[in-house]
Design a protein around this ligand. Sequence first.
Ligand code: AP5
Ligand code: MG
Ligand code: ZN
Length: 216
Amino acid sequence: MQIVLFGPPGAGKGTQAKFISEKFNVPHISTGDILRENVREGTALGKKAKVFMDNGALVPDELLIDLIRDRLQKPDTKKGFLLDGFPRTIAQAEALDPILDDINKNLDAVVNVDVGANELISRLSGRRTCRSCGATYNIKSNPPKVPGVCDQCGGELYQRADDTEAAIKHRIEVYQKQTQPLIDYYRKKGLLIDIDGEREIDEVRSDILKALERLQ
Ligand code: AP5
Ligand code: MG
Ligand code: ZN
């Protein structure tokens, strides 16, 4: 299965990606996670990307297209993959087709997780992420058992640099201008599956898994 998980910042892409990749046994490829790892390790890509990310702007297309080309050529994508956070512009979507041709793959579905702006702001301002394993919590809707400590691995929970009020607002605007046009782009290709993401995590999960099982 080759799936794109699509949606605004805070829609729950990372949260749901975990369930989908486990269920269909495909690697979860989050461009945001890969970029943050590069920032942490101080690579050339990380140094270029950091300013854009901290402000909530998109990192330039060329960098993302090179990154995703390299990642999709790794052997673990033979069984399929789940893209989270890519493509995010029409230029990225157009660049993805020849990359997929090279590895003899097609997209099966683009899952569009829809959530309104007010709910996004509340989710992102309460998010906490594990420094060790990347698990995501929310101090309001999905708190860890012990504050500041990851349930799964005991790691330290932190607040992402782009989860400040100013960066959250900018990310939502950037999404509306540059990323939302992809909804029509993929709807026209017959790939779009709309999911109401403004419900409990388990309800959203069950809807997504049901829709994807129908494709198999
Ligand atoms: P990225 O890491 O992709 O961030 P994003 O798109 O802003 O999305 P988030 O990760 O913030 O949200 P999410 O949908 O994963 O939600 P989550 O599951 O965590 O990108 C970061 C940056 O990298 C970009 O701004 C850009 O600079 C750069 N970048 C990345 N890809 C790029 C690309 N292709 N091109 C250019 N630049 C790129 O959930 C959020 C919170 O809500 C959590 O606290 C969670 O517990 C909670 N929650 C989840 N589901 C529910 C629910 N159903 N009910 C209540 N709470 C919920
Ligand atoms: Mg995410
Ligand atoms: Zn952890």
